[in-house]
Design a protein around this ligand. Structure first.
Ligand code: ADP
Ligand code: MG
Length: 210
């Protein structure tokens, strides 16, 4: 399967739709172990990115991802904006110069995204952050060598739910130490949404036709 600009646009649109639907849920997750702005941050940033994609044309998947990176970085804000922005930027850099993006290349780009996010956040798996979803999902993709929608969704969901049992050691939630146990991490929840949107995008023929 080839990953096209239409796929990327569809992915971002789906993220935006799902974030809008789940804005209150994300906000509620960020209240007990943060400052309650994650839903608002994500909605603002992804709506701006959708608007940008509607009004601009791009030559390649890479250049489109780069524009998304800059938009997400500056418009989402908070801790999550620069981290998600880094993910898109790393993907863009990995795919730079490619006219055709294969499934394998896209999986490698996602691996690069995780490397970049860990570096930017100085985060490893098990610290109750978005990395706790990104790392296992991308590991699963690497192992499968292909996008299987149900496997992506299941892995992401399990990973998101596991963050409930972890005490945070990064981000605002780390101020709560052991008291952060018992709550799902908001960034893990929005990352689940990002991968659910990706799985649905690559599953649906409609997006391929644009
Ligand atoms: P803020 O914490 O500035 O209010 P958000 O509420 O938008 O920003 O995002 C919070 C989410 O960001 C957390 O739930 C967590 O998943 C993620 N996060 C925070 N710090 C880090 C970090 N150092 N590495 C990875 N993810 C992080
Ligand atoms: Mg917050």
């Amino acid at each position: 399967m080839e990953i096209t600009k239409e796929h990327i646009k569809c992915w971002i649109n789906k993220i935006n739709e799902k974030i809008t639907e789940n804005k209150c849920y994300l906000t509620k997750l960020d209240q007990p172990i943060g400052d309650g702005d994650h839903g608002v941050n994500m909605e603002r940033g992804f709506q701006a990115t959708v608007n940008m994609l509607e009004t601009t044309s791009y030559d390649t998947v890479s250049s489109m991802l780069k524009a998304c990176a800059l938009s997400v970085m500056s418009k989402v804000g908070g801790a999550a904006g620069p981290l998600y922005g880094t993910a898109f930027l790393r993907m863009s850099l990995h795919l730079n110069g490619a006219q055709l993006v294969t499934e394998k290349m896209f999986i490698e780009a996602l691996e690069e995204a995780v490397v970049g996010m860990k570096k930017r956040g100085r985060t490893e798996v098990g610290e109750k952050t978005m990395i706790d979803v990104w790392a296992p999902v991308v590991e699963k993709l690497q192992k499968d060598g292909a996008f299987h929608a149900s496997a992506i969704i299941q892995t992401a969901k399990e990973a998101r739910n596991k963050t409930e049992h972890i005490a945070a050691s990064k981000g605002r939630a780390s101020f709560f130490k052991e008291k952060s146990v018992g709550y799902i991490d908001p960034g893990a929840a929005s990352s689940y949404i990002i991968f659910e949107a990706l799985a649905e995008t690559l599953e649906e023929g409609a997006c391929q036709r644009g």
